[in-house]
Design a protein around this ligand. Structure first.
Ligand code: CTP
Ligand code: CA
Length: 226
């Protein structure tokens, strides 16, 4: 292979990647959101395409990131929309990687008109309800036998123990665990992680570009598909 060329080890495969962060609307102008930039998910989509996969990228509020060349991009704003888009794309997928930050809760009610403040009146408390857990759902009810499912988790404190518990709870095959802290901020170009496998494996990924972490994820996925 020429220098810079990549082994097309995902040729003939369909992979689904979710990226970005969901926004749960309160009224026509306001939402509950998070700081996920979408960069790690986009790096996963680009690297999978470079390795020959057909890629569906389910993008949640990633304005500013260019659509990766040769990738099908589906927009999904809320957790509910992301769930619909991921379930649909996963139906014939060999692998699904949930890199999106999905809101755990959404406002119980949506106000069709803008919420207004009134003189001398305290605000109403915000009532929230749980969103469905997409990763747990697709892991428990695989669209295809042998489909490889990957989650992401940002943790503090006992990062590995928390990651192991989460991997078991979700029922996915791989969980990429990031430590949240100092230089590991949202929106950065770099990442450091450990990829935990349901088979007990542990793959450390040193601090470096998000493409490097993405390639390690695809290496582990390709091993499991083989
Ligand atoms: N996830 C999901 N659906 C949700 C919440 C999370 O599919 N409603 C996925 C994320 O895309 C990610 C993984 O689950 O791949 C882990 O997300 P995380 O927020 O760390 O997990 P939670 O179970 O929500 O745990 P926590 O209480 O720590 O937020
Ligand atoms: Ca969560």
């Amino acid at each position: 292979l020429a220098r810079g060329a990549v082994e097309p080890d995902l040729a003939g495969r369909h992979v689904v990647v979710s990226a970005g962060g969901t926004r749960e609307p309160l009224d026509p102008v306001r939402f509950l959101g998070n700081r996920s930039s979408g960069k790690q998910g986009y790096a996963l989509a680009r690297t999978a395409a470079a390795r020959g996969a057909r890629v569906t990228l389910v993008a949640a509020n990633t304005t500013g990131l260019p659509d990766p060349a040769g990738v099908d991009v589906v927009q999904a704003g809320t957790a509910g929309q992301l769930r619909e888009a991921v379930l649909k794309a996963a139906a014939d997928a060999d692998a699904v990687v949930m890199a999106a930050a999905v809101a755990d809760f959404r406002p119980a009610a949506y106000a069709a008109g803008k919420i207004k403040k009134r003189d001398g009146q305290e605000p109403e408390p915000l009532v929230l309800v749980r969103n469905p857990d997409i990763l747990a759902e697709i892991s428990a009810d695989r669209a295809r036998p042998g489909q490889v499912i990957v989650g992401f988790a940002a943790e503090t404190d006992d990062v590995l123990a928390n990651g192991r518990r989460k991997l078991e709870r979700k029922g996915c095959d791989l969980l990429v665990v990031n430590e949240v802290g100092e230089r590991k901020t949202f929106g950065s170009e770099q990442n450091e992680a450990v990829v935990l496998g349901a088979d007990g494996s542990e793959t450390p990924v040193p601090y470096g570009p998000k493409e490097a972490l993405a390639d390690t994820v695809w290496d582990l996925v390709a091993q499991r598909l083989a």
